[in-house]
Design a binder for this molecule. Sequence first.
Ligand code: URA
Length: 208
Amino acid sequence: MAGLHLIEHPLIQHKISLLRDKNTGVKEFRELTSETAMLICYEATRDLPLKEVEITTPLAVAKTKIISGRKLAIVPILRAGLGMIEGVTSLVPAAKIGHLGIFRDGENNAVQYYCKLPEDISERDVIAIDPMLATGSTAVHAIDKIKEYGVKNIKFMCIIASPEGLDKLMTAHPDIDIYCGVKDLGLNEEKYIIPGLGDAGDRIFGTK
Ligand code: URA
C-alpha cells in the first residue's frame, strides 16, 4: 500500500541528530547527508522485484536471485537533492539520473527553472529525492512533472519532513510511497522546518 514509511533505524536517527547540530561543518554535513540517503534508500528499494537465476560458484550451481524488472531513475530536486545522490547511487549504480530545478516564490508557488530527465524515463521506476519536505509544494510539482512523462511507479525520499508537507504530498499524490527519516514539528513563518536542520542546500554546499 502506498503511503508514508518512517524509517526509524538507529543509524538513521543518529546521523539525523548530527545533521541537526548547528556546529556540524560542511564536510561532515555532506558526508552525513549522503550516508543517511543511502540508509533510507536501502529501505526504499526493499520491494524491488527479483528473479531466479543459476550461478556457477567454484563448487556448484546455485539457484539464486538477482534484481529484475523495470530499471530505476533517480531525480534529485535541485539543489539540496544533489547531496543525496552519491549515497543513493552507491546502492543502485546503474540508475539513470534526471535533474529538476524548482524554487518557491514569495507566495509559496513552486516555479520550475530546469528539467532534464532521462529520455526513457517513462520505462523506469523513479525515486525523487530532496532532503527536506517542507511545505510540500516543490515535491508536489516534481511528482506532477514526473507523471507528465508517463512514469507509473514513483517514490519520494527525504530525510526530514514536516506534517504540512506530508499532508500536501499525500493528498496530491496518494499513489506514491514516501520514505522519510523523521517527521518534525512543523514550519516557521519563513517555511523552515522546526526543529529541522536549517537550510540543507546552504549546509551541503557551504553557501552561508
Ligand atoms: N528547505 C530547507 O533546506 N530547510 C527547511 O527547513 C525547509 C526547506
